[in-house]
Write a new protein. Structure first.
Length: 260
């Protein structure tokens, strides 16, 4: 995606734009990431098939992901294409744009809470972007890892704390789910209690950013489901929970292994 600090996008960039005016020969759009810049989508670049009525494809106020075809800085012209953007490119670019907008919103909100001026806020933004891909990426990491994320970027402690607190209040981490199957058996007289203890110990492996659910498939098989911020964490927690259950049941005279 194009960067906000450029005055114009580059040829072949993907940009987010808002339709300002639809005419017979195309549509004029405002480039959301380049303040004051406009562009034109010629009717031939709207769709891969012949466009009989452009109003069936575009409307004022519509948000689009477009590819830059030509830039003429002298004439302040930017030619754009809608048909040359794939569905995957459209989805990924729009998601990134939304994340950037959210990150900028949280940064500005934090600046207001700290009564910081624009110059100071810009300096903080620059420091974050020197270390991380985007402001939102850093904020998202801080939800999980704390203000150390910003301290590593040489951000002042007061800002680091405030940004992390704001991120945790405004960003709800999406969870991924991973599951596995255990077989736990025992011939001891208190076998039911032993299995219950093993499963309870497995559940204790959950962290503040994850959760574990266990339910019976049909004795002696039990399903473990783990919700975590990402697949790496989920896989690690699932493995640790299974190992904890197996170790516990073995210590109580039973047997256990993971089957899936």
């Amino acid at each position: 995606m194009a960067q906000n600090d450029q005055s114009y996008p580059e040829v072949s960039d993907l940009v987010v734009a808002t339709v300002a005016k639809v005419v017979k020969y195309g549509a004029y759009v405002k480039l959301d990431e380049f303040e004051g810049r406009e562009g034109l989508i010629h009717v031939s670049e709207v769709a891969t098939t012949w466009v009989r009525n452009i109003n069936n494809y575009l409307r004022e106020g519509q948000k689009l992901v477009l590819r830059v075809l030509r830039v003429n800085r002298q004439r302040n012209e930017v030619d754009l294409s809608l048909r040359r953007v794939s569905g995957r490119e459209r989805a990924e670019t729009m998601l990134e744009w939304k994340r950037d907008k959210r990150g900028e919103g949280i940064l500005k909100n934090t600046a207001e809470k700290l009564s910081a001026d624009e110059a100071t806020t810009a300096s903080i933004r620059d420091k974050i972007l020197q270390k991380y891909e985007s402001v939102f990426d850093a904020l998202e990491k801080s939800v999980k890892e704390g203000d150390e994320i910003f301290l590593k970027a040489d951000v002042a402690p007061q800002w680091a704390t405030a940004l992390t607190e704001n991120a945790r209040a405004k960003i709800k981490m999406k969870k991924v789910t991973m599951s596995g199957t255990l077989e736990l058996t025992t011939s001891k007289s208190k076998g039911v209690e032993a299995i219950r203890t093993a499963l309870l110990n497995a559940m204790k492996v959950a962290t503040s950013q994850s959760s574990i659910r266990i339910y019976t498939i049909g004795a002696p098989r039990y399903r473990i489901e783990v919700d975590a911020p990402d697949y790496s964490d989920a896989e690690t927690i699932l493995s640790e929970a299974a190992n904890e259950a197996i170790t516990t049941i073995q210590g109580l005279g039973g047997e256990g292994h993971q089957t899936g």
